[in-house]
Ligand binder design. Sequence first.
Ligand SMILES: Cc1cc2nc3c(=O)[nH]c(=O)nc-3n(C[C@H](O)[C@H](O)[C@H](O)COP(=O)(O)O)c2cc1C
Length: 167
Amino acid sequence: MNNNAFRNLSYGVYIVSTWDEGRATGCTANSAMQITAEPATIAVSINHQNYTNQCIEKTGKFAISVLGEHSEPSLIGGFGFRSGRDVNKFDGIAHEVKGYMPVVSDACAYFTCDVIDKMETETHTVFLGKVTDCDVLKQDTPMTYAYYHNVIKGKSPKAAPTYLPED
Ligand SMILES: Cc1cc2nc3c(=O)[nH]c(=O)nc-3n(C[C@H](O)[C@H](O)[C@H](O)COP(=O)(O)O)c2cc1C
């Protein structure tokens, strides 16, 4: 297997958020994709060890904030290398409640979803969400996962479904 092949799959960079007993929480994720158009559904793949996983499981809801090339890059590390078990990740982060869900303000767009199905893998749960609300927040080029690696020179932790040992 030539692992470089995996670098040829394209993704964006997102904050997947939800509620933890009334407290906003969430994690960075690159694994979001639209599954169907009518009704609009989006799937996200969230590691079993991530606190976000159990919070989505409990609430049955998640939101996706789409980061742009001009979004503050520290959002990615703040949500991607710390756990909501230990810290309030939304502290000091501009956010608003959209469609009853917490959404990062410094993003291009957001989607709010109700979980309608899920699939378990060895390490990750794939949550399928029906889109209940969405809007464009600001004009920006959505950040790609390649941009995060090549321009921001960012890394990905083991919990990311696309983790490669050289990360
Ligand atoms: C660029 C990037 C992409 C990531 N993509 C995912 C992903 O798609 N799914 C996932 O479960 N974790 C992903 N992660 C890892 C989580 O963000 C990380 O494990 C986080 O600390 C989990 O926080 P939590 O315990 O509060 O849920 C990614 C991290 C980074 C930096």
